[in-house]
Design a protein around this ligand. Sequence first.
Ligand SMILES: [Zn+2]
Length: 374
Amino acid sequence: MKLSDIPAHDSVIRRLRDMADADRIPHALLLHGPSGIGKMAAARAFAQYIHCENRTGGDSCGVCPSCLQHQSFNHIDTHYVYPVVKNAKLKRAVSDDYAGEWRELLAESPWMDFDRWVELLGKENAQPLIYVDESAELIRKLHYTARKSQYKVVIMWLPEKMNSECANKLLKLVEEPFPDTKIVMVSDRPSEILPTIFSRTQRVEMMRLSDEVIASQLEASFAVDPVDALSIAHIADGNMVAAVKALKVSKTARVFLDLFISLMRLAYQRKVRDLRDWSAKVAELGRVQSCQFLDYCQRLVRENFIYNLNTPSLNYMNRDEADFSSRFARFINERNVLAIVGELNRARTDIAGNGNAKIILFDLAIRIILLLKG
Ligand SMILES: [Zn+2]
């Protein structure tokens, strides 16, 4: 990760570069700001810049042995510390126990998604922490590991997740650091960091990303249409992780909308054979997604009913849904709306209860034929 790979944050990047160029890197630096804005990416690019053997044009070269090690998350003088979970096998848990999962997280995306990290740790509903053993392990490593660079760099993700025992042990390292060690902390919630640690760091605040930056990232990385990219960016509120999640949801929503449209079209045209294929297609989504789809249908039927009331402020539909409703809403009325929602709900309950989805959905489709005509 090079400094020039970091979108936006120009003044922060300049500050980091100046620190390294002037050899005035603080012992403990804290990059803080809202989540999903690229703080970790900035920390990684900073460490790579510090270690690069051939800095050029105010950036790391990207090709020297040191840069290559950084890019494969294997730099000998860079130590990552991050929250982990204990399990039956690990009575004392430290970051290195999860080094493989950590590399996977970094390789997947430069935007740090905490929910994804919890998933990779393989323990649902866990609250990952930086435990007390971590500080002892870190101090041991800083004492003994071989040194190739001028500085060892410790990148600590989410110091607010340090339990107080760990923070107290680590305090010594922050207060009287090894002369060859620089600590870079990356925090989403600096107010939750133990005050004694917080007060000993040099803080650099990073701001939320603008909607335009988020939109251009979405366009570049996911080939999203510019208009859609900007509307997703608007929902994401400056958080790239939220934007990527919203994008995934909107892709699923598009699949659901298409299935809903075919159900209603085929039912209106009484195409029973095609409806049988439709049932098979929805059933293929699997139980969980079939249920989500039927929830989605219930919402859309209600929205179409409301559409007829000509009160746009009451409607919550995206562009594609609203576009379809302008043609379809007249088929949903006070005589059939409750019955259709009721049938969708019944099908959902039956599928959730392990019924044969294909048969249940086909039965639903036949009932919709009758209700649309009614
Ligand atoms: Zn280099």
